[in-house]
Ligand binder design. Sequence first.
Ligand code: NAD
Length: 265
Amino acid sequence: MGFNRDVATGRKPLLDGKIAVITGGGNGIGRVAVGMFIEAGALVVTSDIDAEALDQVKKEYGDAVTTVVADMGTIEGVRSVVATTQETHGRVDALYNNAGVGALAEGLLRVHETPYEIFEKTIQLNLWSVFAMSRETIPLMQGTGGSIINVASINAQVAIPGSVSYISAKGGVLSMTRSIAFDYAADGIRANVLVPGYIDTRMVSDYTNKAPDPAAAVKEVGDAHLLGRMGDPQEVAAAALWLASDASTFMTGSALTVDGGYLAK
Ligand SMILES: NC(=O)c1ccc[n+]([C@@H]2O[C@H](COP(=O)([O-])OP(=O)(O)OC[C@H]3O[C@@H](n4cnc5c(N)ncnc54)[C@H](O)[C@@H]3O)[C@@H](O)[C@H]2O)c1
């Protein structure tokens, strides 16, 4: 629970012996995180709605990973992940609430054009599931402590057009993280939130591929960052890994920006 010099100096693997739950581990940032967490010494439980992708993850990592096909936007899905984790490991050291749907999944919709179902669906997965997974997992952290890592977005801080559902959900995740940190500090349970810029995953390519000139769209998205490019999934997963580890034990209630300088402009 406390600062671990051997971990911080690299004498011990960052996540040596830890049990980590990563939602949405079938593709994108979550998929990369599963591999990095395991390489850093963790045993991982991961969930996704994409059963095929989870089969690949299982093939690649064998006994180091437990996969659960589950919709994180439902209470049944959330409970099945937590129950499997409890049966398999009996405790959780790190919960990485990564699963989410993008701002542009349904196209650009201004407020008065946004169907209620899209708003609800986006809030359900991007915000409610963070609450529900935390609510159900915290009892498995009590006594030993743990680290909760949530995922917001630069779009929780600066708006983009036509994305009220995503922006509202990610803004909620920022505030919810501070609330979790407040409520469980005395239990040794930390909660922090990542604020990524645009990251090169399907979430972004689904959008750029639809543009009249996809290469120009990729360049335009990259140019919005001081570093002149999108981030790699590894660059976000590495920040999550550090927040999950005992090298970050004085971090709680914080937002860690991983945005290639997007917000600094
Ligand atoms: N890519 C970006 O530019 C970017 C920027 C900021 C924040 N984020 C956030 O990072 C997180 C990961 O995004 P990504 O870019 O890796 O996306 P991605 O689409 O590549 O991967 C998301 C994963 O979540 C899974 N998923 C979707 N709905 C699910 C559900 N109902 N239940 C369980 N799993 C489900 C998908 O099958 C997929 O495996 C998300 O919360 C996203 O909002 C991404």
